[in-house]
Design a protein around this ligand. Structure first.
Ligand SMILES: Cc1cc2nc3c(=O)[nH]c(=O)nc-3n(C[C@H](O)[C@H](O)[C@H](O)COP(=O)(O)O)c2cc1C
Length: 195
């Protein structure tokens, strides 16, 4: 099975590190994985021109086309975002909005895929749960099955605290516990519902 991890940070710092570790773990468990980062890429915001509804593809020929290819073949999707003003980054929001073109191509294209989220904030409680809820809303309306780590430790999913540095996130033992619990359930869902 193929897992795509999409990193919504424009930097090679905490969010990318956590996503990279997650994909490494999944690779060790036998999954095929690939990371796409928005860093250095051109991903324009949706213009709501409705070109995609008529032509079944987006009018803006930018790096989002790589994301479309990865999402088409993915069994599992991980959206990872830094916290910006209490929620997701504008970059990861642009990725989600631009997926309107995938829905225009085939309304069921993402249906039944398994999705999890990673939220990394400079503060311990800097909007991670709200960010995950925003990603989950996108998952639900796209037909993607959202997965958290479950009660007793990772209620909504993987919530990490970077203290604004790469070294900070590496020290966040509690955050990595929420990540590991979420990855465990993500794998369970993949094995139960994508086989
Ligand atoms: C514009 C902006 C807004 C931010 N707002 C928040 C916030 O509301 N809550 C928070 O916890 N951290 C906030 N931060 C800090 C980042 O989430 C934090 O440094 C995170 O580790 C960045 O991810 P990265 O290391 O992958 O770049 C903000 C950073 C920026 C640039």
């Amino acid at each position: 099975m193929f897992i795509v991890g999409i990193c919504g940070s424009p930097r090679k710092k905490a969010t990318e590190y956590v996503l990279d570790k997650s994909l490494e773990d999944l690779k060790e468990q036998g999954f095929e994985t690939e990371m796409f980062t928005v860093r250095g890429k051109e991903i324009n915001p949706c213009r709501h021109c409705d070109y995609c509804l008529k032509k079944k593809e987006c009018v803006m020929k930018d790096d989002m086309f790589d994301v479309y290819d990865l999402l088409r073949k993915a069994d599992g999707i991980i959206l990872a975002s830094p916290m910006y003003n209490g929620s997701i980054s504008s970059q990861i929001k642009a990725v989600m909005d631009r997926c309107r073109a995938l829905g225009a191509e085939d309304i069921n294209l993402l249906k039944g895929k398994i999705g999890m989220s990673i939220a990394v904030g400079g503060d311990r409680a800097g909007g991670q749960e709200l960010a995950i809820q925003q990603i989950n809303t996108y998952y639900i309306l796209s037909g993607i099955i959202p997965v958290s780590g479950g009660p007793f430790g990772a209620n909504l999913g993987a919530t990490l605290w970077s203290q604004d540095t790469l070294e900070g996130v590496k020290k966040d033992e509690y955050g990595f516990k929420t990540l590991n619990k979420t990855l465990k359930r993500f794998v369970e869902f993949l094995n139960n519902y994508r086989q």
